[in-house]
Design a protein around this ligand. Structure first.
Ligand SMILES: [Zn+2]
Length: 71
């Protein structure tokens, strides 16, 4: 489950949706005009996570054989 931020391709409204699975994401529509062409924005949380992730990767001692997804 994730809180995701979207911007409508038609009217430009931004809104958040809680996404539990792929089906939820396909149903996302603009609350202002009902448009389904929405663009997912990079959340503040994800942006903050990028720098810590790369830092962790450089410090990872698993040798690339783990399931951490960073190799
Ligand atoms: Zn819209």
């Amino acid at each position: 489950m994730a809180l995701r931020e979207y911007r409508c391709a038609k009217c430009g409204a931004t809104f958040e949706r809680i996404i539990r699975n792929a089906r939820d994401e396909r149903k996302v529509a603009c609350p202002e005009c009902g448009e389904h062409r929405v663009r997912r924005l990079i959340s503040r949380f994800a942006t903050a996570g990028v720098s810590s992730d790369s830092q962790e990767a450089s410090n990872c001692a698993c040798g690339g054989s783990c399931a951490c997804g960073r190799h």
